[in-house]
Design a binder for this molecule. Structure first.
Ligand code: CP
Ligand code: NVA
Length: 311
């Protein structure tokens, strides 16, 4: 599989085979790292890490993944560079493209990450925007694969803000890889119809299904329940109304019992705001897998850099 020179802006741009390849490559890199073996496929490569929004996992995953492969990462926080203050995205992209071999971007607009890719002419990786978080899905799916041995046919229920970056990206990834994916959310927070329609086309091809519902019974038979914060970065002012409408969709013991399965696992992209989208007791009960998922950010992000930029 040759992904050299490609950007990674959304899973919409990747075929099911390419997504599966990245997950397999990550599993392989993870196994090697556990044996103390790291590579040097990014030797001589300089990587810019642009962050308009804060990050723990994504920043550390890019940094450690890059250094493990012999590359040099450079963190560029929102107050460190001219981008967003007095220089356009197009100009910043053209400058960085002359100095760096790859660029990670986390921030607000999807348009920014697209422009960076267009104007820098080097691989650009989306480390989260308001509408998409594609590298997170690779880690989530690697974790599901570790737990169940396969992805196709798994029932994955996402409970919470059904129109944020995580809901969107999980829907795209699940539809591409043939999962049975449900968004369980109040109607006011259902995903954009155009995206659902696009994902339905992917699901038809992969024999997956997409269900959007506000009925809690939808968790029945779930192999995994996924949740995320009720207020994404930049939406903190909406906390009051979000708590009111999302309270019934909290992931707690009662919801878990409704799956009718002892084996249901919980996933969370983190950071978690315990007592809101998830209760502390169920979080702690499922913490081992949730932190595997966090660790897998590093192995999967490393795989994306190695596949698109590595020697
Ligand atoms: N899951 C995730 O993207 O975490 P950070 O915001 O810490 O990077
Ligand atoms: N929806 C969350 C995801 C954090 C990884 C946010 O955008 O803040």
């Amino acid at each position: 599989m040759n992904l050299k020179g490609r950007s990674f802006l959304t899973l919409k741009d990747y075929t099911p085979e390419e997504i599966e390849y990245l997950i397999e490559l990550a599993a392989d890199l993870k196994a090697k790292k556990k044996q103390g073996i790291t590579g040097n496929s990014l030797k001589g490569k300089n990587i810019a890490l642009i962050f308009e929004k804060p990050s723990t996992r994504t920043r550390c995953a890019f940094t450690v993944g890059c250094i493990d492969e012999g590359g040099h990462p450079e963190y560029l926080g929102k107050d460190d560079i001219q981008l967003g203050h007095k220089e356009s995205v197009e100009d910043t992209a053209r400058v960085l493209g002359r100095m760096f071999d790859g660029i990670e971007f986390r921030g607000f607009k999807q348009e920014t990450v697209e422009k960076l890719a267009q104007y820098s002419k080097v691989p650009v990786w989306n480390g989260l925007t308001d509408i998409d978080h594609p590298t997170q899905i690779l880690a989530d799916f690697l974790t599901l694969k570790e737990q169940f041995g396969h992805l196709k046919g798994l029932k994955l229920v996402y409970a919470g803000d059904g129109r944020n970056n995580m809901a969107n990206s999980l829907m795209i990834g699940s539809a591409k890889l043939g999962l049975h994916f449900t968004i369980l959310s109040p109607k006011a927070l259902w995903p954009e119809e155009g995206l659902v329609a696009a994902c339905q086309v992917y699901a038809d091809a992969s024999q997956g299904t997409i269900t959007i519902t506000d009925e809690l019974e939808a968790v029945k038979g779930a192999d995994a329940i996924y949740t995320d914060v009720w207020c994404s970065m930049g939406e903190e002012a909406l906390a009051g109304e979000r708590i009111t409408i999302l309270k019934p969709y909290q992931v707690n013991q009662e919801m878990l019992s409704m799956t009718g399965k002892e084996s249901t696992i919980l996933l969370h992209c983190l950071p978690a705001v315990k007592g809101y989208e998830i209760t502390e007791d169920v979080f702690e009960k499922h913490a081992e897998v949730i932190f595997d998922e966090a660790e897998n950010r590093m192995h999967t992000i490393k795989a994306v850099m190695v596949a698109t930029l590595g020697n």
